[in-house]
Design a protein around this ligand. Structure first.
Ligand SMILES: Cc1cc2nc3c(=O)[nH]c(=O)nc-3n(C[C@H](O)[C@H](O)[C@H](O)COP(=O)(O)OP(=O)(O)OC[C@H]3O[C@@H](n4cnc5c(N)ncnc54)[C@H](O)[C@@H]3O)c2cc1C
Ligand SMILES: Cc1cc2nc3c(=O)[nH]c(=O)nc-3n(C[C@H](O)[C@H](O)[C@H](O)COP(=O)(O)O)c2cc1C
Length: 609
């Protein structure tokens, strides 16, 4: 009988990795030796003996899909799988071709695009050179937001491409809206039967296409972390936010500005919440009372009408419209119902699928009240109306403080959204709640920390960092700079900041110029778009300093971008390629490869929205 090998004590593995590998080897060798005859290494957990390898690949920008992937792995482990959790960029399609089972969990960003940590994988999977995957059974779960035209676009792409490459779909693609917990749970119930190995007779170890066992490297699969018995329980979370208090609400723009950007300081004491520079804070807002009243009046409701709430009880429609439902952007189901019930000659023709672009144009800037006013004949019973609305969601904000510089506090840099459309003033739900209505020290501000595992300063304090953060994109870089000071990091720091006018829009001017003077900031390059006739943006400053930028990149600098995803981040990405081409003397293809390498080395990280 073949002896069962196990890892030597000095092999470079964590206890969890050691247990996994030993269990895996035990399973393999018990199969070679005949069922039930293998000796199992004492380190191996019993489940590992017959565990079926399962890759769980995630694409996640702000951590939701990543968190879900880890939870799915825990569940998989309980069901006898040996799960491996990896971000998709760390999975080569050639590796997929050696696997039997894989679950992809991905969010969607941009306009139907994969998140940054899945974009490289998608580029390879969609290429003509991608391998056939006939031996692979797969399932895809998407996290998205129905407000976007390409709802769960990335999940759709992965699902269709994997099937096209010959892989077998074990269950229908899951598509979850922002409130994803219940939908994800329901999808998972249907996942497991399809993934079960063909041979599961008692005592029969499962074989199939086992992945090669290699020593974990820095980028190697992360075995599912064990919950340490003594690890503190996170009491507050997205599902149970901490009622914090606001300490400071300061306008960062000066008179003459067209913007209203606020610096908020929130006290976290008593919540046990902890964060790191690079994380985001989730804030659960309340709707504007004046808008709630306007909506109730338009509907002809008093506000006291009682309806079932999302729990098991009832509450008044006034309370639900204030705290639980979206009353700004009108959801498609409501628009359709309002148009149909009123027989609106203006709106009904726009509901044809072929007229979607016209319908979106019509809806732009309109809220629920605007739609009701355009559909005057539409009548709703209170519960009928609320059933057509969507659940109010928390907003995320990049944290602009380091916990080392401000223990017990978290700072945010928030642009208050205010605009006029269709004859009525409109306000961003959360930004204006924080800016206008939260009373310092009194109003409860429900918050939770959203870990951003992908947006972190280099561990090596000597590495240089380049930060591109115009507008509110400055937020995490204020946190990074505070962190670099607090940790005594010796690495150089280069910040590109931009906004409209220097006189009134230079956010955190005193801090930034102070850090520039005392040397924390090695370089500070500013781009104020409206201070001259031609517009100047941060990407123009990058071009001007291409040679120096290239030198920093070649000296192992980490490159960070935060802020507007629609235009700024795309323009900065294009300029980064140009810098590599022009200052680095690379061809276009070589520049693409250079930037892709920066990403895979985690030296190009983005926090964009
Ligand atoms: C990871 C992450 C980090 C973020 N960090 C920050 C940050 O540091 N600072 C920050 O300020 N924001 C940040 N945001 C954005 C933030 O989460 C909110 O989206 C933002 O504050 C708007 O929310 P709101 O509730 O105030 O506005 P909402 O009620 O959500 O309204 C905003 C919507 O109004 C519409 N709108 C806006 N202007 C117009 C107009 N002129 N005409 C017609 N329609 C219009 C658009 O549809 C827009 O999406 C971040 C987002 C993410 C995902
Ligand atoms: C800037 C931005 C763009 C987004 N684009 C889309 C999109 O095109 N389609 C979609 O379904 N969801 C879109 N979303 C919603 C996210 O996919 C959703 O919030 C998801 O739960 C985030 O998961 P993550 O934290 O794992 O990245 C977008 C969100 C933001 C902030």
């Amino acid at each position: 009988m073949t002896p069962v090998p196990c890892l030597p004590e000095n092999a470079p593995f964590t206890p969890e990795q050691r247990a996994w590998v030993n269990g895996f080897l035990a399973g393999l060798f018990s199969n070679a030796n005949g069922a039930g005859t293998a000796a199992v290494h004492p380190d191996a957990r019993p489940a590992s003996r017959t565990a079926t390898p399962l890759l769980i690949g995630y694409g996640s920008q702000t951590g939701s899909a990543q968190g879900l992937a880890k939870r799915v792995a825990k569940e998989a482990e309980k069901r006898g799988f040996a799960p491996t959790v990896k971000e998709l960029n760390a999975v080569a399609p050639a590796e997929l071709a050696t696997l039997a089972r894989c679950v992809v969990i991905t969010s969607t960003w941009g306009d139907g695009d994969p998140p940054d940590n899945a974009a490289g994988f998608w580029a390879q999977l969609s290429a003509d050179t991608a391998p056939r995957l006939e031996q692979l059974s797969f399932a895809v779960l998407g996290l998205g937001d129905r407000n976007y035209a390409e709802f769960c676009g990335a999940a759709k792409k992965f699902d269709e491409r994997l099937a096209k490459l010959g892989a077998t779909r074990v269950t229908t693609r899951g598509e979850c809206d922002v409130d994803y917990e219940a939908a994800a749970k329901a999808w998972l119930e249907g996942l497991w039967p399809g993934l079960e190995p063909a041979e599961t007779a008692a005592g029969e170890p499962v074989t199939g296409n086992q992945p090669a066992v290699t020593a974990p490297t820095k980028d190697a699969p992360t075995p599912v972390p064990e919950q340490k018995a003594d690890s503190p329980k996170t009491e507050y979370s997205r599902a149970r936010p901490f009622p914090a208090r606001l300490k400071t609400n300061r306008r960062l723009n000066r008179d003459g500005s067209q913007k209203d950007t606020r610096h908020f300081e929130i006290v976290l004491e008593g919540g046990g919440l902890s964060y790191e520079a690079g994380d985001a804070l989730g804030v659960v807002p309340t709707n504007c009372p004046a808008l709630v009243e306007e909506l109730l009046a338009t509907l002809g409701f008093s506000g006291d009408e009682s309806i079932a709430d999302s729990g098991s009880g009832t509450s008044t429609i006034h309370d639900q419209l204030s705290t639980a439902l979206v009353i700004t952007a009108p959801p498609p189901a409501f628009v359709k119902e309002a148009a149909t019930r009123s027989g609106s000659a203006e709106l009904l023709p726009l509901l044809e699928p072929a007229k979607k672009a016209d319908c979106d144009k019509w809806l732009f800037g309109r809220d629920v009240v605007d739609v009701l006013k355009a559909c005057l004949g539409a009548k709703f019973a209170p519960a009928e109306f609320t059933a057509l609305l969507r659940k109010l969601q928390p907003r995320l904000y990049s944290i602009s403080s380091s916990p080392k510089a401000h223990p017990g506090e978290v700072h945010l840099t928030v642009a208050a959204v205010r605009y006029e459309a269709h004859g009525r003033g409109k306000k961003g739900v959360c930004s204006c709640w924080l800016a206008d209505r939260v009373v310092l020290g009194e109003t409860a501000v429900p918050v939770f920390v959203q870990k951003s595992h992908g947006f972190r300063l280099p561990e090596d304090l000597g590495k240089p960092v380049i930060m591109i953060g115009p507008g509110t994109g400055i937020a995490p870089f204020r946190a990074f700079l505070e962190e670099r000071r607090a940790t005594g990091a010796s690495g150089r720091n280069w910040l590109f900041f931009g906004d409209q006018q220097r006189a009134c829009d230079f956010l955190y001017e005193e801090e930034l110029t102070g850090w520039s003077a005392d040397g924390l900031l090695t370089r500070l390059d500013l781009a104020f778009s409206r201070d001259q006739t031609e517009k100047i943006y941060v990407q123009d400053r990058m071009r001007e300093h291409a040679a120096e930028l290239w030198r920093w990149l070649e000296e192992d600098a980490h490159f960070y971008v935060c802020g507007d995803a629609k235009r700024m981040a795309k323009d900065v990405d294009a300029m980064l390629h140009t810098v590599v081409e022009t200052a680095g003397g690379r061809t276009r293809e070589q520049a693409t490869e250079y930037v892709a390498n920066l990403k895979s080395e985690k030296r190009y990280q983005r926090d964009i929205y």
